[in-house]
Design a protein around this ligand. Structure first.
Ligand code: NAD
Length: 302
């Protein structure tokens, strides 16, 4: 068995694969080299750099599995892989805790004005009264999308003594009961939540799920956090809601266009912005490599 590591991954995943298979690490492989050599391999590990195009996949006569160490698989031609009988897997669960923790970071940063207070202190100012914050205890968290990350955010918010509501039309009532949360419709969540955290995939259905109408229905003190995909929130409507004080603040890790160069949202003090780093920790990278290796070993074992 022979495995190609085409993008750099944590060494632990490579070591695990080496116990089972010959491993070639070629993280600077060009598209031409990949097309020429791919038929030697039984499995490939990629991240976002390597493109598994129709052309490459058609040359991959021995390939059994494409493992994406990470989440997005838009760099893989899924139709061609299916036609060729090649399994495509990702490691979605590797980033769950990391993204949930980043969400908590944004919740605290916007509730306690941490980013703007930090900037002020570094400018040698001492503006204590300007940074009056909001306590999390007894506030209601509304999670939109109660999957892997949404559930972990709720778990963490419970430790802060927050109440939780969730909207997820695909989650069975039973599953919600087991998690000890109340499933509600989006309207009720939007009206009642003090903090709204978005954890849905971007689909036709979720594009601009939160727009002008939703912001208008929120309480004035509401904070919104998005660590999923930028397109779920209508950014023009968010800008108006933040600027007019219709809502209190927002924490964003993702944007409709990335990087958000020239985005007017970045001018606002009641917005805390991070550059799509919610999944970026050493632990998540390590777990992605280990999970990708495990998936490959399982398939190659048959
Ligand atoms: P998941 O699949 O476990 O959970 C998504 C949940 O959303 C599911 O429970 C699903 O039922 C629900 N859902 C789908 N459509 C919905 C709708 N229209 N309304 C309400 N709920 C709906 O996914 P996850 O691992 O929890 O990740 C959530 C999202 O976070 C991903 O889709 C991805 O876009 C994003 N993400 C971002 C980063 C980052 O770096 N910022 C990293 C990882 C994941």
């Amino acid at each position: 068995m022979k495995v190609l590591i085409a993008d750099s991954i944590n060494q632990k995943g490579i070591d695990n694969l080496k116990e089972y298979s010959e491993v070639v690490v070629q993280t600077d492989i060009t598209p031409e080299e990949l097309k020429e050599t791919i038929n030697q391999y039984d499995a490939i590990v990629i991240r976002s750099r390597t493109k598994m195009t129709k052309e490459v996949i058609e040359s991959a006569d021995n390939l059994k599995i494409i493992a994406r160490a990470g989440v997005g698989i838009d760099n893989v031609d899924l139709n061609s892989a299916t036609q060729k009988g090649i399994m495509v897997v990702n490691t979605a669960e590797s980033t769950t805790i990391t993204v949930a923790e980043h969400t908590m970071g944004l919740i605290l940063a916007i509730a306690r004005k941490i980013a703007i207070a930090d900037k002020s202190v570094k400018e040698n100012k001492w503006e204590k009264s300007k940074f009056m914050g909001t306590e999390l205890r007894n506030k209601t968290l509304g999670v939109v999308g109660m999957g892997r990350i949404g559930s972990q955010v709720i778990k963490r918010c419970k430790a802060f003594e927050m109440d939780a509501l969730a909207y997820d039309p695909y989650l069975p009532e039973e599953a919600a009961k087991e998690l000890g949360i109340e499933l509600v419709d989006l309207n009720r969540l939007i009206k009642e939540a003090d903090f709204i955290s978005i954890h849905v995939p971007l689909t036709k259905e979720t594009k601009h799920l939160i727009g002008e109408e939703e912001f208008k229905a929120m309480k004035n003190g509401t904070f919104i956090i998005n660590c999923s995909r930028g397109g779920v929130i209508d950014e023009d409507a968010l800008y108006d809601a933040l600027k007019s004080g219709e809502i209190a603040g927002a924490g964003l890790d993702v944007y409709e266009t990335e990087p958000p160069v020239g985005n007017k949202l970045l001018e606002l003090d009641n917005l805390v912005a991070t550059p799509h780093i919610a999944a970026s920790t050493n632990e998540a990278q390590r777990d992605a490599a280990i999970i990708a290796a495990d998936e490959i070993i399982e398939v190659l074992k048959g």
